[in-house]
Ligand binder design. Structure first.
Ligand SMILES: [Fe+2]
Length: 347
């Protein structure tokens, strides 16, 4: 190193040190680290197989009482997030089980949440006192600050997928939580943003939707009706069919931060490769198949849960005739902020 260069480097280092004493940094030597050229998800795609999780659900039922647990949930936590409750960027999820006669007492929180029923029937989620039946394939919403409790007057265990925006809410430090007390007053959810997001998905409104009614019809989508709507939906160019669950009042995403879809796949036909800045957690509603997510191949079957972290090329192929995937995404959230970018290419 010549003397001039050495002197310049020493001066630069001295300046950086001086800036640090004032809690300031130069942009010029870290510009490319601060403003990356492309998104790079912290998490690799991940899978929680039903064959692994089902025995653990059985153990949790046998070993953990509701008196102790309040809510018997197995959190699906990706190792990339170092112990935080996150399944992928912005989204968290878990597998919740309720046994006959059990009750998960009412509470409410700033978190937006959904439940997608994976096994059983006969349970009820009460949302602001509107009773929503829970049977396999049903989707029940608990929007921010709505009171909700779970009861199970039926028989046999009920298992559902819990999906929340917990990592986002934590990042924004916007968490509020309240346990219900006698006389607690309910506030119905506000309509979500209107349907402006471009998509070739067929919209599916809540059961018995009435735009003037802010009641139970806003919080439950029956699995039976969703399956029927999926069968009637036109096939896309790659043979897949896509439903978007929409808010009963605004016809936008079901919740401001959670945007849900049901996708049916044509056996043996790969979907068009796509990538998005949005993230998804998938629950296999039925059938089997495989998904290619960047360089990872995920072979899946019914009740498996797997993630689609942002900005990976993704394609799905069914290996059975009845392959259907439920998808919880943050697509609407990303669009709302102006961060949604999506691309497609041939398989
Ligand atoms: Fe809750």
């Amino acid at each position: 190193m010549n003397q001039a260069v050495a002197a310049t480097a020493a001066a630069a280092s001295d300046l950086v040190d001086a800036l640090a004493t004032c809690h300031a940094q130069p942009l010029w030597d870290r510009y490319h680290r601060v403003t990356r050229r492309l998104p790079a998800a912290a998490d690799a795609p991940w899978q929680w197989r039903w064959t692994d999780m089902e025995p653990l659900i059985g153990r949790a039922c046998a070993e953990v009482s509701m008196e102790d647990a309040e809510r018997r949930v197995l959190l699906l936590t990706h190792p990339a997030f170092a112990g935080a409750v996150a399944t992928t960027t912005n989204l968290s999820s878990g597998l919740q089980t309720l046994l006959p006669g059990e009750v998960a007492r009412p509470h409410r929180h700033a978190l937006q949440a959904i439940r997608y029923v994976m096994e059983g029937a006969g349970a009820v989620t009460s949302v602001n006192d509107h009773r929503c039946a829970m049977e396999v394939g049903d989707l029940v919403l608990t929007p921010a600050w709505t009171w909700h409790e779970h009861i199970h007057p039926g028989s046999g265990r009920v298992v559902w997928f819990d999906g929340l925006d917990l990592p986002l809410c934590t990042q924004l430090d916007s968490m509020f939580f309240e346990i219900a007390t006698p006389g607690a007053v309910a506030v119905e959810a506000l309509p979500t943003r209107s349907a402006s997001l471009r998509s070739d998905a067929v919209p599916l409104a809540p059961d018995a939707c009435d735009a003037a009614l802010a009641g139970a019809s806003r919080y439950r989508f029956s699995g039976e009706r969703a399956r029927e709507a999926l069968r009637r939906a036109p096939a896309r160019a790659d043979g897949s069919r896509l439903l978007r669950y929409v808010d009963g009042v605004s016809a936008g995403a079901v919740l401001p931060t959670l945007d849900c879809y049901l996708m049916g796949l044509a056996a043996g036909q790969a979907t068009r490769r796509c990538r998005s800045t949005s993230n998804a957690v998938c629950v296999v509603a039925s059938g089997s198949g495989r998904s290619v997510v960047a360089d990872t191949v995920i072979a899946w079957t019914a009740n498996d849960v797997f993630t689609l972290p942002h900005w990976n090329w993704i394609s799905h192929t069914a290996t059975s005739q009845d392959a259907v995937i439920f998808m919880m995404t943050d697509r609407e959230l990303m669009a709302c902020m102006g961060y949604l970018r999506e691309e497609e290419s041939e398989p």
